[in-house]
Every structure is written in C-alpha cells, then in structure tokens.
Design a protein around this ligand. Structure first.
Ligand SMILES: [Zn+2]
Length: 352
C-alpha cells in the first residue's frame, strides 16, 4: 500500500517471522500504480477463494445464475443446465450442425422427430408431460414454449428465495432438465424404456436427496405443507430466526448518540440511508436522510454512517456514540480490519 508494506497488518496476518522475511525480500520496483493481486474477503481474511476471484478472468453471469448455480443443486445438475443454456448438449442436431451427416430420430415420440436440445427438454411428448406434472404441482402456468430458454425463463420469473414454493419453482427446472437429459442418454446408451412417470419419480428422488440442504426461512404455510406431502419430503430444515428485543439507551451526560442505518433494494441496487441525533434526555438534535444511488448494502450502511459523522462535525458535536445495525461494519471497527477493506471507510476515518 502506498509503495510500502503495511507491517502492522502483515504481522497480524502472517506472524512476525514471515513478516520479516517478506519485508526483506526485494521486489523489482515499478513506478506505476499499485496492482491488485489478492483481496481480502468481506470479513478480512485472505483465502484461496479471494485469490482466485482476484486473478480469474470474469465473464458475464448467466441470467438466473442464482438458481442454476444454487448451492442445493449437485454440481453435475448445474453443469447440465449451463451446457443446455449454451446449446452444447450433444444432441443429433448439434452433431449435424458440425457438418457431420447423421440420420436423426428422437427416443421420446411416436412418430420420431428430429432430436434437438429444445425437443428433448421441452417439446417432446415425454418432456411436455413432465413439465405438465410440474406446472400442476407448483401452479406455474403451463404455457407453450418452443425453446428451453423461454420455458426456463418463464418459470424462474415466478421463483423466490423467501418461501418454500418459491424455492422449489427456482430449483425444479434444473432438476427436470437433468432428469430429461439423463433419460435421453440412458435410453440411447442402455436401450432402456423410461416413461414420463419414471422421469417424474426420479425427479422426486433427486429432490429428496437435496431436501437436507434446502433451507427455508420463515414459517411454512398450508400450500407449503401440501407440497411437502405431495413430494414426500419430510426432512426439510427450517431456519427459524431468534427474536431479540433491541431498545434505545441514553448516552452519558454531555454525549450525543447517532443512530444510523442504510439500506439497498437488491444488492447491488438503489441505496439510501438516514440517521438521527439525540442527547441523554432523548431530545431531538438533528436528523438526515439521503439517496446514495446505485450501491451495495454494506456501502449504504457505511455511507449512512459517514453522513451522520459529517452532520455531527457540522454541528460541532465532538462526543458522539455511533450505533449501527450492521454487524459486519461494527466488527470492522472493533477488529481494526477496516483500514484495508473498503475505500469508503477511509472517508469515514477522515471525517472523524
Ligand atoms: Zn421426441
């Protein structure tokens, strides 16, 4: 940092002997700006994951990536969907498109049709029936789609992470895609006969395997319980949040308390924040609110704190207690990790 080592931070992270070795190692100098080679995670740790993140070549995220790459899904299921998205599942049509002459006949319809990704995963008789079962179960409109992408997108618009039904709407398309594709491969390679009902049963088995990892916040409603019964899922882990009563306490005599909060619609997204200043007798001293534009949730919390501190400075309050509901930011201040973490924090410190 600033062309010299932050010895204090190195000591803390690496220990004294390693720090000494690092400081004594001569690095070929360069006169340009510092280059980021390794960033800490939000909780201040340097990990293999953050090193990979700093050095890897980043591509645009897939639409619906939070569902395709959802942690509850086995990686091979995610990969299958990722390949379907990029039209790279090896169907007859794909082989023909490579210029290889091939007679094509699907294994899912009578009469047989040309085998393409959209046919196997959406339009075929088997796929249509499986999607129909799913639509009836989750009450997602069973509309006619000619492409897998359009079908998946229509489903995932209805998905949400806050409810069990919403989660299943998000995850089921990936599992159905996987089951339809594995059906196609088994029929082709092993000459098995697999009906739509069998595909649906295997989809339920996959869901059962994943149920232990499915976390659902909030309570379960009747429609959730009906769905669990229908899918024969009992092993669902409910995450209940503990309630804690939080009250405002008076600052000491002569002190002012700043309560500030920032929020963000989506993360990142439109952000804003505000705060209020009161003395020990609960007298209102000042308040503010502001729109910060596009930002992150932690950025908004920090900006709200910064605006609050600026307000204190302008009113010449020097004895100020700051209260924030962001555990992350409070921990940064407590542990002293803030100096290297967030450019905005430097402004906060500067404002103090
Ligand atoms: Zn077919």
């Amino acid at each position: 940092m600033d062309q010299i080592w932050n010895v204090e931070l190195l000591n803390e992270l690496m220990g004294e002997s390693v720090t000494e070795e690092i400081v004594q190692t001569k690095i070929p100098g360069h006169n340009g700006l510092d280059i980021c080679v390794w960033k800490p995670s939000l909780d201040g740790r340097f990990t293999a994951a953050t090193a990979w993140d700093a050095t890897r070549e980043k591509r645009d995220q897939l639409p619906w990536h939070e569902w395709f790459w959802n942690k509850s899904l086995p990686k091979k299921v995610s990969m299958c969907n990722w390949r379907a998205w990029f039209q790279s599942l090896a169907t007859d049509e794909r082989v023909q498109n490579k210029g290889i002459s091939l007679a094509t006949a699907c294994d899912c319809c009578v009469p047989k049709a040309r085998e393409s990704i959209d046919h196997v995963l959406v339009k075929s008789q088997i796929a249509s029936r499986v999607w129909e079962f799913a639509s009836r179960l989750l009450k997602v409109p069973c509309l006619m789609f000619n492409t897998w992408k359009a079908k998946i997108s229509a489903w995932l618009i209805c998905a949400k992470k806050s409810s069990l039904v919403g989660n299943l709407i998000g995850l089921l398309p990936s599992i159905i895609t996987w089951c339809l594709w594995t059906r196609r491969c088994k029929v082709r390679m092993e000459e098995l006969k697999i009906s739509a009902i069998k595909v649906w049963t295997s989809m339920k088995m996959w869901l059962k395997k994943m149920a232990a990892d499915l976390k659902v916040h909030r309570q379960l409603y009747k429609q959730d319980l009906d769905l669990l019964y229908e899918l024969n899922l009992e092993m669902l882990r409910l995450v209940t949040r503990k309630c804690r009563l939080v009250t405002w306490s008076r600052p000491l005599s002569g002190w002012i308390k700043l309560n500030c909060d920032g929020s963000c619609r989506n993360n990142p997204g439109s952000s804003g924040g505000g705060g209020i200043l009161r003395d020990m007798d609960e007298n209102f001293k000042a308040a503010f609110s502001a729109h910060f534009g596009l930002g992150t949730n932690n950025g908004a919390e920090l900006r709200a704190m910064l605006e609050g501190i600026r307000l204190c400075k302008s009113l010449i309050f020097s004895k100020v207690i700051i209260e924030s509901d962001s555990k992350l930011i409070v921990d940064w201040f407590r542990t002293g990790l803030f100096s290297c973490l967030f450019p905005l924090l430097r402004h906060v410190l500067f404002a103090v």
